[in-house]
Design a protein around this ligand. Structure first.
Ligand SMILES: Nc1ncnc2c1ncn2[C@@H]1O[C@H](COP(=O)(O)OP(=O)(O)OP(=O)(O)O)[C@@H](O)[C@H]1O
Length: 425
């Protein structure tokens, strides 16, 4: 089978590379490094399909270094060791130019997987180029980060994407043999979400769907064809958000079956483990909250665990957590309370702190009465003294309404015993 369009027209030289002029333009930082032949280890941080892999390949080509590639999605420590060994054999001793090891989606490597790259980078056996769509300060271990330069690749602009389409029509033999008119490009550009590969894939799909060689690209035609071909939506596309939404809604809806089904869809689709765990961590507070505070601890530990363990074992941890959360009592009371409070702050602005609650670090402040009428709760029966904690203008406003679940029912009792008169609990 012929390679997809995006592969066929992948630029081989810097002059064919579109956009990212801050890196590869005449005064770009990489241009100078390439021309001097001195390439440090690099981390490319940018949205999908903005040319990270392509740039790494061009650097290898222009600086005449061997190029090795690994994807963090499907390789482990053994693959890393093997490729480092191969790279070592091909460079090092015989040439001053050490080979480039490109790691796609390096943020998906666990800490120990990233650790296994360190020695080779330190000893100069390889020049590492890592590509990541996530903020490397959180996702790349500090030891690698401090030995690399981080370059940001910008999302493609509308002009860049159009340039990509025109380049494709000009240099690809298949496309050049057809008579293609780009009448409207909005749908193509919008559906691509700024991802060069996705843009070219959709474009190719539309072109191939036409029986004859006279092809007019219109928004309607593009939308119609893309709707029939949902496979085009990858893990960064719309389906990705639909699936994670179904997953979260299943847990919120206390259905463990829905939860594990959508979880499996994400795992099979190669979804980032940390992305899934992060969503469960947010849910544990937003939708379970103080109905069962252990859920938050559980989700947080899950996040830590999957961050060190990675796939494939993390699937079990994710499943346990998803089922725990789905079968836990639910409350959105804390989520609502902070929403109410923020709304109130927006409406009422910077209200002054009541004098009795103010900090009184100086003598003058004490003389002015700061903190004077404050009642220290522990001096009173049951460690409680009724007093006003809200600014005068909004006193007695109830912001927290306990949910109905056994834990918050007892919170309500607790509050009733203390605040019945003021807040009416
Ligand atoms: N700057 C560019 N100039 C010209 N073509 C580009 C550029 N960037 C991407 N492309 C096209 O898009 C395709 C995908 O780009 P590439 O694989 O380099 O992206 P990436 O940022 O590594 O994406 P991912 O993170 O999804 O791997 C390339 O094969 C090429 O056809």
């Amino acid at each position: 089978m012929e390679a997809p369009l995006a592969e066929r027209i992948r630029p081989q030289k810097l002059e064919d590379y579109i956009s990212q002029s801050h890196l590869v333009g005449p005064n770009g930082s990489l241009t100078q490094q390439i021309s001097r032949g001195i390439i440090p280890s690099l981390i490319f941080w940018g949205p999908p399909g903005t040319g990270k892999t392509t740039l790494a390949q061009i650097i290898a080509q222009e600086s005449k270094r061997p190029f090795y590639e690994l994807s963090a999605i499907n390789s482990g420590v053994k693959d890393i060791r093997d490729v480092i060994e191969k790279a070592k054999q091909s460079g090092g001793l015989f040439t001053a130019k050490n080979p480039i090891l490109f790691i796609d989606e390096i943020h998906r490597f666990s800490k120990s997987q990233q650790d296994s790259l360190l020695a080779a980078v330190e000893k100069g056996w390889i020049t590492l180029i890592g590509a990541t769509t996530e903020n490397p300060s959180f996702e790349v271990i500090p030891a690698l980060l401090s030995r690399s330069q981080v370059y940001i690749l910008n999302a493609f602009t509308k002009d860049d994407l159009e340039a990509l389409l025109h380049r494709a029509m000009k240099i690809d033999k298949e496309l050049a043999s057809k008579n293609i008119t780009l009448k409207e490009t909005e749908a193509l550009l919008r559906l691509s979400g700024g991802d060069g590969r996705k843009l070219l894939n959709i474009f190719e799909l539309v072109v191939n769907a036409s029986a004859n060689d006279e092809i007019v690209i219109t928004n309607d035609r593009v939308l119609e064809l893309v709707q029939q071909n949902t496979v085009l939506y990858d893990k960064t596309g719309e389906q990705h958000y639909d699936i994670v939404s179904a997953f979260i809604k299943s847990i919120r809806g206390s259905d463990p079956n829905g939860a594990v089904y959508w979880l499996a869809r994400m795992i099979e689709g190669g979804e980032d483990v940390k992305f899934i765990a992060r969503r469960m961590l947010i849910l544990s507070s937003e939708d379970i909250g103080n109905a069962n505070p252990t859920a938050f601890i559980m989700a947080n530990n899950t996040f830590q665990a999957v961050s060190t363990i990675g796939y494939p074992e993390s699937r079990i941890i994710l499943s346990q957590c998803a089922i725990y959360l789905a079968t836990s009592p639910k409350s959105n009371a804390s989520y609502m309370a902070i929403g109410n409070a923020q709304q109130l702050v927006k409406q009422t602005g910077d209200l002054p702190v009541p004098i009795h609650l103010r900090n009184a670090p100086t003598k003058l402040m004490k003389e002015l009465g700061y903190g004077e009428d404050y009642k220290y709760s522990h001096d009173y029966a049951n460690n409680f003294a009724e007093q006003e904690f809200l600014p005068d203008a909004i006193k007695e406003t109830v912001l927290y309404n306990p949910g109905s679940n056994s834990r918050e029912n007892s919170n309500r009792e607790f509050l009733k015993n203390r605040w019945k008169d003021k807040y009416g609990y």
